[in-house]
Write a protein that binds this ligand. Structure first.
Ligand code: SF4
Ligand code: F3S
Ligand code: ZN
Length: 106
């Protein structure tokens, strides 16, 4: 499962669209090790298997597919492009079969 403490245990290394990208070692993401995208709505790209339930169920369409060619789990990922629209319903957290998503209502 995604580390819900990632803001402390990971380092912010990059930005993608308008959100942050985090990795454990503070190094740039690689094809095989993508890290976490987003902060309020965070998706661990190294866990996501492109199930798609989050895209289908999010009532405000926070997620978009993004390509991750060469990643061992899946070559597309649910990117929290519109995380600022999130209404903290927690549906995505509940439906993801691999617990790749963390939502922090803060
Ligand atoms: Fe969408 Fe709800 Fe998940 Fe926020 S918590 S991203 S509104 S499904
Ligand atoms: Fe990925 Fe889980 Fe969504 S596997 S596509 S984050 S439901
Ligand atoms: Zn992203």
């Amino acid at each position: 499962a995604i580390d819900s403490n990632f803001e402390k245990t990971y380092e912010e290394v990059d930005r993608h669209e308008d959100h942050q990208v985090w990795t454990t070692d503070g190094k740039e993401p690689t094809e095989e090790k993508q890290g976490i995208h987003g902060t309020h709505v965070a998706v661990d790209f190294d866990i996501c298997i492109a199930d798609g339930a989050c895209l289908e169920d999010c009532p405000v369409d926070v997620f978009e597919w993004t390509d991750t060619p060469g990643h061992p789990e899946s070559e597309i990922k649910a990117d929290p492009t519109y995380e600022d629209q999130c209404i903290d319903c927690m549906l995505c957290v509940d439906v993801c079969p691999v617990d790749a998503i963390d939502v922090d209502p803060g």
